[in-house]
Design a protein around this ligand. Sequence first.
Ligand code: MF3
Ligand code: CO
Length: 248
Amino acid sequence: MVEIKTMEEIEKMQKSGKILRQALELMRKNAVPGISTKELDKIAEDFIRSKEAIPACKGYEGFPGTMCISVNDEVVHGIPGSRKLKEGDVVSFDSCVLLDGWYADSAITVIVGKSNNEKDKKLVEVTEKALYEGIAQAVVGNRIGDISNAVQNFVEKNGFSVVRDYTGHGIGRHLHEEPSVPNFGSKGRGLLLKEGMCIAIEPMVCAGNYKLYTADDGWTAKTVDHSNAAHFEHTVAITRNGPKILTE
Ligand code: MF3
Ligand code: CO
């Protein structure tokens, strides 16, 4: 069932979203050469707890960190650890915050330090723009397929590929609710969007082929061809005034 949220409930999700946004901006600022992903994870966890909120990825189905930190050919669900970031690494940060019973979910991708790799820079730019192409379709009367199609079209037009194995999702009192929000599909297909629906739109984009495998840690999703990947995500409410981003 797709849960419809009231304006008050959407405002609560926005409070979770604001804390998450600040945690992600801390990641952007601290993602410098030499820092380990575990150190970054601690910065995020300490910050979220300092706001009396719960880092909700931690322990979710056994995930050990606050932040999913996925480097280069890792697409999503990278586990924070002793590995240190290097100049030019393409790093995705994805996390969720629970406050007062309501979830927010968001992700960004950054390039560490200075990079001369034009393809990596384009990958990050295209993935972020694809997210906004998707969000623009999150309006009353459209269907999920309109979002999916906008993301896929934009990504493929730019020469990259969209992940099939993971999707966006409804969100609210639970991190993952119905409907599923794929990053590929056809216009005019799927669930009709109504006022009060809240969804996490999250393009995961590969520079090469979209085929993935799961690493031996049981979590980290990586590209089979070892091409780099990027991931951006916002939690979005569908309102009569258009899409409302709850994680900015
Ligand atoms: N944005 C991710 C998702 O929707 C959050 C995963 S939390 C994890 O799947 F802990 F399970 F990794
Ligand atoms: Co998500």
